[in-house]
Design a protein around this ligand. Structure first.
Ligand code: BG6
Length: 484
């Protein structure tokens, strides 16, 4: 399915995302032989630099700790298929210069076909200019054209719609690949298999068996240096509205008719549309303060003084359909917490009373990162000459079970999908729209568009979050299960 006569242009090639994610992912795929043999990579950005300087930057984030000879050779080969072109993001003549550069590369192709992929590793301020400039000057009439774009897609329902309307004048939906990199993570992709390939799970996947679900994102560092961007968006737009909501849709959608991208996304949209907007009573906000020698959010020079932007949020969504009615889905995300962890925790109901009383609930935990795992908390008979139930665990930790398998990076998986033209793990326009509908009212409230902004509760850098968190979660019926 991979097309030959293909090149990829990385716009914003000197930026952070390109260096940290795009180029390492392209290299990872190249190294394993997943990309078309004749691929060319073209970097484009404002910074003036020659090819050598670009090559240096391109590889500066690629890890080769032991200076492995084979990897070094691959890096050199990767550089030999990469070039760079400097230009502005809003000037036709620069895009025309890029066009000449691309045509020169393409003049070596054995046939007339010309396929082009444009990767936008760009700040939102130049996004639409580039979409227009490329369409006008760099669109291939003799092959496929694709754009890969990244959030933020607007700031609320209205701005997102405006952006999409403008974008769609230039690029068709089937040419557009909207990245939510959580959809490229192994354990997120695994959820489709866990759910639909195991009757043991699918038979008890509803309000009759499940009490509550938590989807949690924790990071042990603050916004350090990224405060300017972050303060404009806040934790809910940064994490819940996209990453955690995507995880939720895969967890709760009905079984798609097939694996096709449209069948999967039809089901995702259906469940999203059954989720009413988040209500104020279902939200807990926090902001980290200085502790243990670490700076508070407001100590970051790039953050406006007195900002009430939340760096932590716990919020509960409800799904109004027969499968899920009444089950709380608690989405928690925070910066500057005590650990790095992303997981889904499904807590089952109590067993009906009778022979067992006060025994622990079952839980199914899908740990997305670090250390991918699926484990079940379950009750077993206390071994020995007594008949008592005790909670224990059945644990499938990937690095123990699949010792020889390298788990791909999310960006590797997604870029490969885009090369193949597979949209399954990309966000469709109506999905994005439904996601904004759920979060826009609460975001407007937080930003003071409906009266004074709520004050986030302070929590110390490196803690588990605001003090109110435990009550917030137990308020939705969660009971802690200790397996010792
Ligand atoms: C990004 C957010 O989308 O996801 C960042 O903007 C966050 O704030 C990052 O750190 C987390 O991604 P990952 O893959 O490290 O969990």
């Amino acid at each position: 399915e991979l097309q030959s006569n293909t090149l990829i242009v990385v716009l914003g090639a000197s930026g952070d995302l390109a260096k940290k994610k795009t180029f390492p992912a392209l290299f990872g795929l190249y190294r394993e032989g997943f990309l078309p043999n004749d691929l060319h990579i073209v970097g484009y950005a404002r910074t003036k630099m020659d090819k050598e300087e670009f090559h240096k930057r391109e590889v500066s984030y690629i890890k080769n700790p032991a200076n492995d000879e084979e990897v070094t050779k691959k890096i050199e080969a990767f550089q030999s298929i990469s070039t760079y072109f400097a230009g502005a993001y809003d000037k036709d003549e620069d895009f025309q210069g890029l066009e000449k550069h691309l045509q020169e590369i393409e003049s070596q192709y054995p046939t007339e076909e010309r396929n082009r992929i444009f990767y936008f590793a760009l700040p939102p301020s130049v996004f639409l200019d580039v979409a227009k400039g490329l369409k006008k000057n760099n669109y291939s009439e003799r092959g496929v054209n694709r754009i890969i774009v990244e959030k933020p897609f607007g700031k609320d329902l209205e701005s997102s719609r405006q952006m999409m309307v403008t974008l769609k004048k230039e690029w068709q939906e089937d040419e557009t690949f909207r990245i939510d990199h959580y959809l490229g993570k192994e354990m997120v992709k695994n959820m489709l298999v866990l759910r639909f390939a195991n009757i043991a799970f699918s038979a008890a996947w509803d309000k009759n068996s499940i009490s509550n679900v938590q989807i949690t994102f924790k990071e042990p560092f603050g916004t350090e240096g990224r405060g300017g961007y972050f303060d404009e968006f806040g934790i809910i737009r940064d994490i819940q509205q996209n990453h955690l909501l995507q995880v939720l849709t895969i967890l709760t959608m009905e079984r798609p008719v097939s694996f096709s991208a449209e069948d999967i996304r039809d089901e995702k949209v259906k469940v999203l549309r059954a989720i009413p907007p988040v209500e104020q009573k279902d939200v807990l906000l926090g902001q980290y303060v200085s502790a243990n020698g670490k700076p508070g959010y407001l100590d970051d020079d790039t953050v406006p003084k007195g900002s009430v932007c939340p760096t932590f949020a716990a919020l509960t969504l409800w799904i109004n359909n027969p499968r899920w009615e009444g089950v709380p889905f608690i989405l928690k995300a925070g910066k500057a917490l005590n650990e790095a962890k992303v997981e889904v925790r499904i807590q089952y109901k109590d067993v009906t009373s009778g022979i067992f009383r006060d025994i622990a609930r079952n839980e199914l935990v899908i740990r997305i990162q670090p250390s991918e795992a699926v484990y079940i908390k379950m009750n077993v008979k206390t071994p020995g000459l007594v008949t008592r139930a005790m909670p224990s665990e059945m644990d499938l930790t990937y690095k123990r079970r699949f010792t020889d398998t390298k788990i791909p990076e999310a960006y590797e998986a997604l870029i490969l999908d885009a090369f193949k033209g597979d949209h399954s793990n990309f966000v469709r326009d109506d999905e994005l729209d439904a996601a904004w509908k759920i979060f826009t009212p609460i975001l407007h409230w937080i930003e003071g568009k409906k009266g004074p902004s709520p004050r986030p509760s302070p929590y110390p850098y490196g803690s588990r979050g605001p003090n109110e968190l435990e009550n917030f979660i137990t308020g939705y019926g969660y009971k802690r299960v200790e397996t010792g």
